[in-house]
Design a protein around this ligand. Structure first.
Ligand SMILES: Nc1ncnc2c1ncn2[C@@H]1O[C@H](COP(=O)(O)OP(=O)(O)OP(=O)(O)O)[C@@H](O)[C@H]1O
Ligand SMILES: Nc1ncnc2c1ncn2[C@@H]1O[C@H](COP(=O)(O)OP(=O)(O)OP(=O)(O)O)[C@@H](O)[C@H]1O
Ligand SMILES: [Mg+2]
Ligand SMILES: [Mg+2]
Lengths: 254, 254
């Protein structure tokens, strides 16, 4: 079982979209995959059509030990989902710090039997708050989604610097397994420059496949579906299928 | 002097881009405008070409009282800028909570003479962390940038719910002055649906003008310039000029 974090401190670069669609692609190969929504804004959960009611258990009950994995988990498109819930943002407002420990997720994951899943994906929020730090402490390697914007380059460099600080502190050697361009238009000069910049500094981990701009990805998420369920013949589905295959090679070998 | 927060809990919806370019537009009308970068990732500062060295004072020195407004402020395109700095993210990693009070920004702003500026803009990070809460406590009204994505609708609704909780707590009546579509393509059906959804619930505050997708906005920020400096004749510059005029009418009356 390998645990991969989907991390970029910059907002809106496609972390959630990549997490959902690579997970769905892996499920279609028969691999056992779970995703954990670590963003109190619960976009990943909504993207899979999972919207817990206020009384349903969700990810923070897992972290607090108030509910077990099996109480919480949902199933969609062959993917196991530990959802988050918008109610948590309200909770966040009403008590500063639902928990203030960076390793609650890591501890919660220890109780999962290692052959239960082949892959566990963690969707991280932007910024370097408690939820992101929990993801970084809990995963084996990270995937960094990037869009073609100038600011997302900052997010990547910041993440890289944060990793070395955290690795010292947690006596860890967390590294970047892959960088994925999630909304890339090679015909646009500035995004090509950003791509080249990433290739120069991180060429060995940049995924060959990239995702081009595709309205289908927005539409799919609004229907609570992955691109494979919504529009399996689309270019975006093909791109995400290729990214999943590249990921499998990196994790499992050729 | 009116203080406006640029807020949306969702990442990457154009908060920073809108804050920079509306500020630059206002400066070009001769109005006195300051922007404060409340995001430790300091995108707004970089967008204006301001990158403080590790020893330069920046926004957190203002908040801690370690430096005065005049020690910190920079000047670009007629806009006064209180910059942030990437070093703060590293600081954030090394001591949990640079400060843990939601009203430090509000207090710091009290020492500004009310006729020093006509407008003060606060650029907020995504999520509902300490920096965002400080922005919400410090501003008179908020502007909510939105992209055409399904998840940014969540961010808007979440913000709306958070506002009512915070208003009770801080005995405040913070409200939404405007919602701006920052990257809107009316020809794309899903984004038009999202636009209609916003219009239905928030029609009275939705700006008439919207910004269409424009590579120039990314290019300008990568050069440390507003769109007016980088490409004054572009459609994007025209759109932001119209938004600024609409804002002026709402704040100052017809
Ligand atoms: N290739 C693409 N083409 C078009 N839209 C896309 C593409 N990839 C992602 N999007 C859209 O871009 C927006 C941002 O993506 P997403 O929410 O996955 O980013 P994120 O990094 O998870 O954001 P946050 O930092 O807020 O968690 C969403 O509305 C999503 O549907
Ligand atoms: N109209 C537009 N056309 C094309 N790109 C745009 C447009 N508006 C903004 N962008 C780009 O979209 C990306 C996200 O915008 P921006 O960083 O301003 O959002 P944000 O809400 O401040 O993000 P964060 O939540 O991370 O602070 C940036 O790369 C920006 O240059
Ligand atoms: Mg996300
Ligand atoms: Mg921003």
């Amino acid at each position: 079982m390998i645990t991969l974090g989907f991390c970029n401190l910059k907002g809106g670069v496609g972390k959630t979209t990549a997490c959902q669609n690579i997970a769905a692609a892996l499920a279609r190969t028969g691999r056992k995959i779970a995703v954990i929504d670590m963003d109190p804004q619960s976009n990943l959960s909504a993207g899979f059509g999972v919207i817990p009611s206020p009384t349903d258990p969700q990810v923070f009950d897992l972290l607090s030990g108030g509910a077990s994995w099996n109480d919480i988990v949902r199933h969609k498109e062959g993917v196991d989902i530990i959802p988050s819930s918008l109610n948590l943002v309200m909770a966040e407002l009403n008590e500063t710090g639902l928990f203030d420990d960076d390793t609650v997720l890591r501890d919660a994951l220890k109780s999962i039997s290692p052959d239960k899943y082949d892959y566990v994906f963690l969707d991280s929020p932007p910024q370097l708050g408690i939820f992101t730090r929990n993801v970084l402490a809990a995963c084996d390697k990270i995937i960094v989604p990037m869009d073609g914007g100038f600011y997302s380059l900052f997010g990547l460099r910041l993440l890289e610097n944060s990793l070395s600080v955290l690795n010292d502190r947690l006596d860890n050697n967390l590294e970047i397994l892959g960088i994925l361009m999630t909304n890339y238009n090679p015909r646009v000069s500035i995004t090509r420059q950003i791509f080249d910049e990433v290739k120069k500094s991180f060429g060995d981990v940049l995924f060959e496949s990239y995702i081009t701009q595709s309205v289908g990805l927005i539409e799919a998420s609004s229907m609570g579906l992955s691109i494979f369920e919504y529009s399996p013949k689309s270019k975006a589905a093909q791109c995400y299928k290729e990214v999943a295959e590249e990921l499998i090679k990196r994790v499992e070998g050729e």
